[in-house]
Design a protein around this ligand. Sequence first.
Ligand SMILES: [Zn+2]
Length: 145
Amino acid sequence: MNEKRFMRRAIELAREAAERGDNPFGSVLVHDGEIVMEDSNRVLTEDDVRRHPELELARLAVREFDAETRAETTMYTSTEPCPMCAGGMAYAGFDRVVYATSGAEIAEFTGHEPSVRASEILDGVTEVEGPFCREEALALHDSFW
Ligand SMILES: [Zn+2]
């Protein structure tokens, strides 16, 4: 199934971020069965707290695609979007977001647990699904932190 391929690419992007010197998070946007955009975390290498892949993809999608297209788009992301990203994604208005591992689950690695779930922020806008391919994402976090 393609959904696994999309999530594996998001996790691969997370691995690339770690190899570059950033934290291991990656995301892709899928429209019509194709990856149309992808990004990975660049907070450290660009010294910019906004450079989570989910927020960057929301920003670029609003610039590149009309609202109708965005409403047919699914994001696959290696970790559940944080509240900052979910806020930006609410403006982008994607159809679905599928995450591999939850923010709460990796809190033991990152040291902070999100106070609000992405599903609360995206309620009524974007369906939030996960975990999906959880073991693969957890293995990456386990080896990184
Ligand atoms: Zn985020």
